[in-house]
Ligand binder design. Sequence first.
Ligand code: C5P
Length: 307
Amino acid sequence: MSSIRAVAPAKINLSLRVRSLRPDGYHEITTVFHAVSLADEVTVSAAAAGVGRIVTTVGDRTASVPGGDDNIAGRAAVALARHAGLPDPDVTIDIAKAIPVAAGMAGGSADAAAALVALRRLWNLDVSDAVLSEIGAQLGSDVPFSLMGGTARGIGRGEVLTPVLTDGELHWVVALSDAELSTPAVYAEWDRLLADGLVSAAGDAADADAPLLAALRQGDPREVARHLVNDLEPAAASLRPHLRGVLDAGSELGALAGMVSGSGPTCVFLAEGREAAIALAAEMSGTGLVRGVRHAVGPASGARIVA
Ligand code: C5P
């Protein structure tokens, strides 16, 4: 087959607790990842000898997305080929983005994950899902979850995963921001706030997320809403103060809960169900505080081949 297409989902962190800065520059976190129905589509094809990795991206605000090996999907192609003992590959990787760029929803990780599953098929490699996940973890902390999808606990820098049992669907309103935020900048701001005593590090209580996990098992969005937490939210809002207004607007408009997604600046709001989410999306859009809104449903599948 000359061309393979795969999709991979955006993620929300239902819980993100930052514990400590590690010697390697990453932060030790405990998190609950949740994949939602915004997805990027990645098509891989063999290219002429000597061209290397050609990565193109189409979609909203993709001008800042790099090409070639500066794109995480290009790096994924090299990493997978090297693992398989192949020379650096000649391949085109065409990305259609629906996941907002630099927005805290793991769009780059999704592209790497989709590229990995598509290239494994294109090259007919006998590489297990577990090994693909290890290769993914070298590329980015969130890539293993983009491969897995669903809902999962993450520890370490977020790459060590355990699936979480859930019932039913959660309906989200995703509020897009005009700004972008880089993940390292938000973690660095968290370090600064910690040094100034304005945030505190999460303890090592293994059961801090037990009420959230119980609510997910019950499939009760009201109960889930009570236990959403994102330790990076103060850091994201410190760098982008307008996010506070977006979060306030969501709660005034009746969201069950609202939070910054991952390192932001996207904000996500949980609704009671589909109709409530669609109504909330329309009202959020009318506030003029956000660049756009999306309705997203979780949990969604991890990276998978579609054609
Ligand atoms: O793993 P990834 O490449 O996505 O991480 C990007 C950056 O985000 C890291 O270089 C680090 O600065 C920060 N980060 C972190 N702790 C994590 C994940 C990411 O400090 N658990």
